[in-house]
Ligand binder design. Structure first.
Ligand SMILES: Nc1ncnc2c1ncn2[C@@H]1O[C@H](COP(=O)(O)OP(=O)(O)OP(=O)(O)O)[C@@H](O)[C@H]1O
Ligand SMILES: [Mg+2]
Length: 352
């Protein structure tokens, strides 16, 4: 499969009164055509900044210090605002956490979905109406013909997020970036939107970047997972590799802190807090929270070690001289649970 996006050694800082915040510190990844990549990490790890940089929607005080964002052969870091306007919403679309802020309360749904169609695709009224209906059906909004004449406040939160997804997909983008699209919704609606994302993944050929702080939702939605910590990708692999053979102690912590299926609450939290990105540590940023940290972790940031052709992790534990460490027992118990839950998916589908 060919790559639609290649991010290479991206470094982004923010100017603040307290100094320069080193928010993104050497992020590299690629996105293949049609795949869903999940980016997972705690609050402040840099998920939104990474995704907004692809859309070139960073705030005024942001600096792209270094790196490339190659989309369809073109480096978006060097693109002009005019070039970005032709890409945004048309070839790369983004949906956010809170559907209400993305919708215009004074416009009907039909008008909001047709706008990008008229603007980017030069569709006439009949064409855009047809496409609007098709999109609302695709995202599972009931009675689309009647409901497209209504306004955002006449819909529930989950329905609004479906509408936002329909708008994002209107021009058939190459990439859809979903930044925590379910966080503002209640749990049952979250599950429905995740189910929709999964269905869409099968029906359309758009590549998806799915951002979440909840590793629990990833297995069902994504093909690959990138785990982010303090402005870096610390582990990257297929869903199977990251769930069943996690290598980074931070990934172990995330796996252990997933809510259990029975209680829906988490029994474990990774101790400590992320580093201050005004003055990032010179070694492994996770070292102070890592019970397996070694001397080198405080001195030198680990490179990405290769585990397989799709699986990488940045931890000195993978160095050939490091002691062999088994993930904690807690992780193994969690893996068993998830193996059961996702048995259908991981056994080539079919039975539960
Ligand atoms: N406009 C800004 N000015 C200064 N610092 C910023 C700005 N935007 C983001 N940052 C910093 O960049 C880092 C990454 O932020 P980002 O919003 O990408 O985190 P996130 O992983 O999306 O977190 P969350 O899960 O809370 O959404 C944080 O340390 C944040 O404080
Ligand atoms: Mg965010």
């Amino acid at each position: 499969m060919s790559n639609i996006l290649e991010v290479k050694d991206l470094n982004i800082s923010f100017d603040t009164y307290a100094g320069k915040v080193q928010a993104i510190r050497g992020v590299s990844f690629d996105l293949k055509k049609g795949e869903t990549l999940a980016i997972v990490g705690e609050s402040g790890s840099g998920k939104s900044v990474t995704s907004r940089s692809i859309m070139r929607l960073l705030s005024q005080n942001a600096n792209i210090e270094k790196g490339q964002i190659v989309f369809d052969g073109k480096d978006l870091v060097q693109a002009s605002e005019k070039e970005m306007q032709a890409i945004r919403g048309k070839r790369i679309a983004m949906i956010f956490q809170d559907p209400m802020t993305s919708l215009n309360p004074t416009m009907t749904i039909e008008k909001q979905i047709s706008e990008p169609l008229k603007l980017h695709q030069k569709m006439n009224r009949a064409q855009s109406r047809k496409r609007t209906l098709q999109l609302l059906e695709l995202v599972g909004l009931p009675e689309p013909e009647k409901r497209m004449k209504q306004y955002p406040h006449q819909f529930s939160g989950g329905q609004r997020q479906r509408i936002v997804i329909a708008i994002a997909l209107a021009c058939n983008p190459d990439i859809l970036i979903a930044d925590e699209p379910t966080t503002a919704l209640d749990v049952t609606i979250q599950a429905q939107i995740l189910e929709l994302m999964k269905e869409l993944q099968e029906k359309i050929d758009t590549s998806i970047i799915f951002i979440t702080h909840d590793l629990g939702v990833v297995a069902n939605v994504a093909d690959r997972v990138a785990v982010m910590y303090a402005g870096k990708f610390v582990e990257m692999g297929t869903v199977d590799e990251v769930f069943y053979n996690p290598q980074h102690p931070y990934t172990w912590g995330l796996l252990a802190s997933m809510p259990t299926l029975e209680t829906a609450t988490s029994l474990y939290a990774i101790p400590g807090t992320p580093p201050d990105l005004l003055d990032p540590p010179k070694g492994d940023a996770f070292a102070p929270r890592n019970e397996y940290a070694m001397k080198i972790d405080t001195e030198l940031a680990p490179p990405m070690f290769k585990i397989s052709k799709s699986h990488y992790a940045a931890t000195w534990l993978l160095h050939e001289d490091a002691p062999a460490i088994d993930p904690p027992q807690e992780i193994k118990a969690r893996q068993q649970l998830y193996m059961k839950k996702f048995a259908g998916r991981h056994n080539d589908g079919g039975e539960q």
